[in-house]
Design a binder for this molecule. Structure first.
Ligand code: PLP
Length: 385
């Protein structure tokens, strides 16, 4: 059976060209990039090339990029690093109700250490109102953290506008751009951000490597203690193959992003248009146009997302309900609840995310089979008349 992968927001396959670029750094050029002999220096050169490319991709400078183990570390690093560096300045952080767990969990932990947290809500499309951020500012606010694009419903936030508010007040602004990077254009200056997180495995690079952009002059305490890699900000032996892979993956995104996005938008909008014609009582989650090119999220009334996933899996189709991290718990997604959905409707949600190897016939196959699955499940549901 042919398998169809429609869960690119959970992770993407590593592009074979990325793999090819990484390969020499496992055996032939395996040196420790902190060593001064040539084995080390050839690895170091590759890392610095990747850093330069990453910086230019974001409109940043090379010295503003720190490589990390992924989006989770970049997010933890920023929240912890700013809280501790600005301890004397204040103790208040503003974030949102729809962040990824790698933001919301560190915030819970900071709250236990005495940091005050304000979480701003969203409208029914999952959009933040920048005015709500403005109203939440106090003279103790040290950081605002708002995700660029949501991993579940794909809604893209008005980051530049929020950044302007932050800048006027002299407050640091971080964005978790893990879902956005490589999928929509990103420029740290146009977005008015001081910190930005990204992760390679969400844009066709390897897992376990990411970066944190740190605007020059921003104060941030080091996160991992140990050696003096990354100018003393982040210890641990350089992950040369991973960093090379991240750079190569961004290079491919630069070349392919425009065309890829228009292809995805075509298929995305076909799903958004066709599903309500084929299934009754389905509702689109997220914003109709301010959304990632590759994201579709629907609530299908009277059935459980989990049951749809299992039935789709029997046909070889992989997609997601809520997000991969929340789908193992019974609580419905905090993102869908924040948009005002009831528990019942939130439970019947389905996320379909497209990518570089998605084909139109995959979408047609999905559109052919999903209505049959829904009909079958509804016929067994006590809620459905
Ligand atoms: C995947 C994801 C993360 C975590 O990134 P990892 O590299 O998997 O740790 C953080 N934020 C968002 C929005 C994500 O989608």
């Amino acid at each position: 059976m042919e398998r169809i992968y429609l869960d690119y927001a959970a992770t993407t396959p590593c592009d074979p060209e990325v793999l090819k670029a990484m390969e020499p750094y496992f055996f032939e050029k395996f040196g420790n990039a902190s060593s001064i002999y040539s084995f080390g220096q050839e690895a170091r050169k590759a890392i610095e090339d990747a850093r330069e490319f990453t910086a230019s991709f974001l409109g940043a400078r090379p010295e503003e990029i720190v490589f990390t183990s992924g989006g989770t570390e970049s997010n933890n690093f920023c929240l912890e690093g700013v809280s501790s560096a600005l301890e004397k300045k204040g103790n208040h952080i503003i974030s949102t109700a729809i962040e990824h767990h790698s933001i919301s969990e560190p915030l819970v932990s900071l709250e236990k250490k005495g940091i005050k947290i304000t979480l701003v809500g969203v409208d029914k499309y999952g959009l933040i109102d920048p005015e709500d951020i403005k109203k939440s500012l106090t003279d103790k606010t040290i950081l605002i953290s708002v995700m660029h694009a949501n991993n579940e419903i794909g809604t893209i936030q008005p980051i530049a506008e929020i950044g302007k508010i932050a800048r006027e007040k002299g407050v640091y602004f971080h964005t978790d751009a893990v879902q956005a990077t490589g999928h929509i254009p990103i420029n740290v200056n146009e977005l008015n951000v001081d910190f930005l997180s990204l992760s390679a495995h969400k844009f066709y690079g390897p897992k376990g490597v990411g970066a944190l952009y740190i605007r020059k002059g921003s104060r941030l305490a080091r996160f991992l203690h140990g050696g003096d890699q990354e100018r003393g900000l982040r210890a641990s032996t350089y992950n040369t193959p991973g960093i090379v892979g991240l750079g190569k993956a961004l290079e491919l995104c630069r070349d392919k992003m425009g065309e890829q996005a228009s292809f995805e938008i075509g298929l995305r909008d076909k799903l958004i248009k066709e599903l309500p014609n084929k299934i009754t009582e389905v509702y689109l989650n997220g914003h109709p146009v301010k959304r990632l090119p590759n994201n579709v999220n629907f609530s299908i009334k009277y059935i459980e997302g989990e049951s749809i996933l299992l039935n789709l899996d029997l046909l070889g189709i992989a997609c997601s309900t809520g997000s991969a991290c929340t789908s193992s718990s019974l609580e419905p997604s905090h993102v869908l609840l924040a948009t005002g959905l009831s528990h019942e409707i939130a439970h019947g949600s389905l996320r379909i995310t497209l990518g570089r190897w998605t084909k139109e016939r995959d979408i047609d196959y999905f559109l052919e089979h999903l209505p049959k699955i829904v009909q079958k499940l509804r016929s067994m549901s006590p809620l459905y008349e």
